[in-house]
Design a protein around this ligand. Sequence first.
Ligand code: CU
Length: 305
Amino acid sequence: MKFKSFITFTLPAFATCCLLIFTPSHAQEASPPHDVHNDDMINITAIDYAFEAPDEIPSGWTAIEYTNNGQEPHMLLFHRLPNDKTFEDFTSEVYPQVNDLWLGVRDEGLSLPEARQKFELPEWFNAAKQWRGGGGIIAPGFTSIITLNLEPGTYAMECYVKTVDGELHAMEGMIRELKVTNHRSDTKPPEANIRITLTNNKMSIDGDLTPGKHTIAVHHAEGLMHNVNVVRLEPESSIHKVVDWMDWLNISGLWPPAPASFHGGMHILQQGETGYFTVDLDPGRYLFVSEATGSLGVLKEVTVK
Ligand SMILES: [Cu+2]
């Protein structure tokens, strides 16, 4: 299914990240551990270019097995839409503006300041608390378990990585409606052994990143639009190039080839919220980096010994 008339957009997240301040929501405490491999596990699979996913899921804490079965890196971002808006409103009123902005950069040579100045989203979208987490960028063949606390409502999920031809994946079909019902899941948040705290100029990581599997809690503690992506660095990898590549408004941003391998993460949460993801680390050098705010210092280089 293609939505040729619109575009994706988290981008707006980046374009407006310095302007938006979220209202803090109540902090969420981690509850007793649980086996995430249970009957309540939701499966969302990314392919080139679509999400294979249920049409509706229960509300409350939800564990999602997020797998990339495609040939290109993908991400998974959840937007919760205002109660009086539909998925069609999102694809007809928000996406076209995002795509136009990107095409302005790609085809008309707009500079970043020009693009951002030109970029306007509908008032209703800017006013909503729309970003509700999801999975970071993940390479083909990788899986991560994402655990989020989702309130009932209509959601859009999307990926705005670009194709080799420079089209946003969402425009090629990676945008999909998801209903979160009033029925509450019995799932509890997992017990994390690593905790990441995101503030406007820093990423703090508490815990021992040893080789093997980890469950990582990500807490969004301060205003801007932070997320976490786990990037495996090779000896020749440049941190500067990785951070640059993650800015979708850069002409080469999120446009393959990627400068390093992405192993998942946690997409943009609301301030005050916590989400969880799993990652399996081999010995080596990694960069934990926020897409829109990595350039402000929200990143951390880690060596797994
Ligand atoms: Cu994608």
